[in-house]
Write a protein of this length. Structure first.
Ligand SMILES: [Zn+2]
Ligand SMILES: [Zn+2]
Length: 428
């Protein structure tokens, strides 16, 4: 499958959520409605967008008909007696149906991934069952499993979170009771990467702080782009002092949240930073990143990051691969060397929740955590309304990498964030 025929997680999520919202508003007679497939596993790019509807058999016809009449749906076609393909003005979507008695196995079946299902099929056979369809069978009889947890239990397993279902070692880990205690949005205490209208963000600094407050965060770092970043609007050197004055006046008015003044500074071709040290050391936190289109070889890109990490004022490397799901796979980096340097220099590395990044992801994030790298999970939001949504994608992406709260800097209080910055600066 080529990149162009895939849909990014951000677009898929918007489509599925819109259809689900319309279906709920229309009062269709279903019990449950779930995001399934890659969407539920937080896959950065998907081959198709799918929803699973749970309803009694007697209501299936009515539910299907209801979906075809939603205003967002333009055409529908039957793919089987228990699935419909819906076309909407925002893209295509597959709707699956199951009964409450088989809800648990159907949810697992439609969530995948294929390699995980293959392992589950083998487990089913071990227990005298067959899992070759959304229903779990013993002989020709459907085995009732109303929840996914019950389905896994019938296979002799604890419930495995969807983000871990890659078909690698998650079943092994489950059997040895070694599943991670994954990071969720409720563990996040602040956002260390947001943009305001001082650079290419849409909303004012005050709106971004307000959105962070709404989410119950204890702190938020305003991190606009440095002067020479490849962004539509950037922060000029002279803007930094004016932005600082705005933050200081906001700190007097806004209570209950700490506002950190930061920057997302570009790493120049020689590995130096876009802003001078004298300017950076006045800030509370410094993120550093590459925004160049691919085109440089992996070794030079790795070298630029390494030099930036050794800079005592650089605290976080953001979206390291600079990939763009469904469009480009990003830089070809020597991650092992980056992880070593991150640990030895006290630099954090980011899991960026912007749908245009979702980076680091999966196996890369998992290796980072294993190597002992301190991680941040950020929204990289450019609009106030995206703060929560993109932190959701960020934590989902982190879970794909088995990331736990103990790995994540912004699952800690603001004093620990400040101490993390201070420790590295003390080496200057
Ligand atoms: Zn960036
Ligand atoms: Zn950014």
């Amino acid at each position: 499958m080529s990149f162009s025929s895939r849909i990014s997680l951000g677009r898929a999520h918007l489509l599925a959520s819109t259809v689900a919202r319309e279906a709920r508003r229309a009062g269709l007679p279903f019990d449950e409605l779930h995001h399934v497939g890659g969407l539920r596993r937080f896959a950065p790019e998907l081959e198709d967008v799918a929803l699973l509807v749970i309803a009694p058999e007697s209501k299936h016809a009515q539910v299907l008909k209801g979906f075809t009449t939603l205003s967002i749906v333009t055409t529908t076609s039957a793919t089987s007696s228990r699935a419909r393909s819906l076309t909407t003005e925002r893209g295509a979507l597959t709707l699956h149906l199951a009964t409450p008695e088989s809800a648990g196995s159907a949810l697992a079946w439609h969530t995948g991934a294929d390699d995980h299902l293959a392992l589950l099929r083998a487990k089913a056979v071990d227990h005298g069952l067959a899992f070759d369809s959304p229903a779990l069978l013993r002989g020709r009889t459907v085995v009732e499993c109303r929840t996914e947890a019950h389905f896994y239990e019938l296979l002799g397993l604890p419930h495995i979170p969807p983000e871990l279902r890659h078909g690698t070692d998650e079943i092994d880990a489950a059997l040895r009771e070694r599943l991670p205690r994954l990071v969720y949005e409720s563990d996040i205490r602040g956002d260390l990467h947001v943009h305001s209208s001082w650079s290419d963000g849409r909303d004012s600094l005050e709106d971004m702080v307000g959105a962070a407050q709404q989410l119950g965060y204890e702190y938020v770092a305003i991190t606009d782009h440095s002067e020479r970043a490849a962004a539509s609007r950037t922060l000029a050197v002279a803007d930094v002092a004016r932005q600082k004055a705005e933050i200081e006046s906001l700190r007097l008015r806004v209570v209950g949240i700490q506002i950190l003044h930061g920057v997302e500074v570009d790493i120049m071709p020689d590995g130096s930073l876009d802003f001078d040290d004298s300017l950076l050391q006045d800030l509370d936190i410094v993120l550093a990143s590459l925004h160049d289109e691919a085109g440089q070889d992996g070794a030079s890109l790795t070298g630029r990051y390494l030099r930036a990490m050794h800079h005592p004022l650089v605290n976080v490397i953001t979206h390291p691969a600079n990939r763009s799901p469904a469009r480009s796979s990003g830089y070809d980096l020597d991650f092992a060397r980056l992880f070593d340097a991150a640990v030895s220099t006290g630099t954090a590395m980011e899991i960026d929740g912007a749908p245009g990044h979702l980076d680091m992801d999966g196996s890369v994030a998992r290796l980072a955590a294993l190597a002992g790298v301190t991680l941040t999970v950020s929204s990289d939001a450019h609009r106030a309304e995206w703060l929560g949504r993109q932190m959701g994608f960020g934590t989902g992406t982190a879970r794909r990498g088995w990331v736990e709260p103990r790995h994540v800097l912004n699952a800690r209080g603001v004093d620990e964030v400040r101490a993390f910055v201070a420790r590295k600066r003390a080496r200057m």
